[in-house]
Design a protein around this ligand. Structure first.
Ligand SMILES: [Fe+2]
Ligand SMILES: [Fe+2]
Ligand SMILES: [Fe+2]
Length: 435
């Protein structure tokens, strides 16, 4: 990954911004979690710096901490954080590691996530799942528990004494004593606790982030976005490969519409990310097989706005954020959330709208088979006739239908295979609909 981007015909997105955006998206799944991962990361990184952890060890610790509960997406709705961490603490850790292994640059810190609930037990737990337990996982675990203890405090300085005593009492058993000692040193400062509850958490993390100067080029961004689509789609078995399908349909359509190579790639990335805001919608709604009632529909309609809120903060990602967030806009102004009309909807977004509708109609869902292309195209033509979808884009879809559909099926099959291990393990989630 480039440290000092120079070329102008590419895009350069901060890796920190992207990782932070994913962490934000995960933290909004359950408002009760309120920045749990970011605050855990702040605690872990503060202890690591004071303990003189450096280089790759620090980089991996930071990355693992900010995404440590990534495997809990499928569980958050069913069990509250504290419950699932008590009942089956290693399930979400293993699921998280499985997800992280799917993206090469994240693979190296996946063992830290897999082991982030392993107790120190006086040094006796050296192995977990037949693999060595990384030292950093003990730090993530300690930071995670401190964050949970601090979560509901409305007087953090007063509560700090209780938290310090509690942590000290578990030193050597649950927690690695070296990290406990460092925590006890730095947590005498009120500023440590006040930073933890302050509203400038993103700035604090930015300052501590090891990869703050690393930027992603278009290709690297696309690979990271594909990884995000795996995370988004792993939310629910019901739409398990949807984002990959939309990204691929969008890419083929954009190219066939004559969009530049850069814009075609942006459409693909926007496809991977378009439903990022769905991480904030409850599983109950996402997995409801029938029609949504009015109140459910209004909740569902917040997702593309949330996609916009998360992505629009990222410098350099403006087009992608706007196209991704506009995938439910319609040319006649009847869409949401901006009610954009006609020319207000850029070509990238129009392509994405068609790709989203086409993919949703033709992909298989666990409760029904996908529609055939003839039936799906009849519905899409109706939407052109009623002024909702772009006639030119749909004409291009008609002309390249076979290519689009083959590419969609291939992409969705690949994503299905990539997540196979995840779904197998997810069957163990209590009350899982994935059994
Ligand atoms: Fe956890
Ligand atoms: Fe956690
Ligand atoms: Fe959507």
């Amino acid at each position: 990954m480039n440290k000092h981007p120079q070329d102008a015909d590419n895009i350069h997105i901060s890796l920190f911004d992207m990782v932070n955006a994913l962490s934000t998206a995960l933290d909004i799944i359950n408002p009760a979690l309120d920045s749990h991962q970011k605050r855990t990361c702040f605690i872990a990184a503060s202890i690591a710096r004071a303990a003189d952890m450096r280089g790759e060890e620090y980089d991996d610790l930071f990355s693992a901490a900010i995404l440590h509960d990534i495997g809990a997406i499928a569980l958050w709705e069913r069990l509250k954080l504290l419950e699932f961490e008590d009942v089956s603490p290693h399930l979400h850790s293993r699921l998280g590691a499985l997800l992280l292994e799917r993206f090469e640059p994240f693979r190296r810190f996946s063992p830290i996530v897999r082991c982030h609930h392993v107790h120190w037990e006086h040094g006796n737990n050296q192995m977990f799942d037949d693999q060595p337990v990384p030292l950093a996982s003990h730090l993530v675990y300690l930071a995670d528990r401190i964050e949970v203890l601090a979560q509901n405090s409305d007087n953090i300085i007063a509560d700090a004494t209780m938290i310090r005593e509690r942590v000290a009492s578990l030193s050597g058993e649950h927690f690695h004593p070296r990290f406990v000692d460092t925590f006890l040193e730095i947590s005498v400062r009120e500023s440590f606790w006040l930073d933890l509850v302050s509203h400038k958490m993103d700035d604090l993390l930015m300052e501590m982030a090891p990869f703050k100067t690393v930027s992603l080029n278009l290709d690297e961004l696309a690979r990271l976005a594909r990884f995000y689509s795996l995370v988004i789609d792993s939310r629910s078995r019901f739409t398990a490969t949807h984002s990959a399908g939309v990204a691929t349909c969008g890419e083929v359509l954009a190219r066939s519409c004559g969009m530049s190579a850069l814009d075609t790639m942006k459409v693909r990335i926007a496809g991977y990310l378009h439903d990022l805001g769905k991480l904030g919608i409850s599983n109950e709604l996402i997995e409801k097989p029938g029609r949504l009632d009015d109140s459910e529909l209004s909740k569902m309609k917040t997702h593309s706005y949330m996609t916009f809120e998360i992505l629009s903060r990222i410098q350099g990602l403006e087009d992608i954020a706007s196209w991704a967030a506009s995938h439910h806009e319609r040319l006649d102004g009847s869409g949401y959330p901006f009610h954009k009309h006609g020319d207000e909807i850029p070509l990238g977004a129009r392509v994405l709208c068609v790709a989203d509708v086409y993919t949703a109609l033709t992909e298989d869902r666990p409760y029904r088979a996908g529609m055939g292309t003839t039936q799906a195209m009849a519905i899409i033509h109706d939407q052109v006739a009623s002024g909702k979808l772009d006639a030119d884009v749909v004409r291009v879809l008609d002309a390249s239908l076979e290519e689009v559909d083959q590419a969609r099926i291939a992409a969705q099959t690949r994503e299905e295979e990539d997540l196979a291990g995840f779904w197998e393990l997810a069957k163990q989630v209590p009350e899982s609909p994935f059994q």
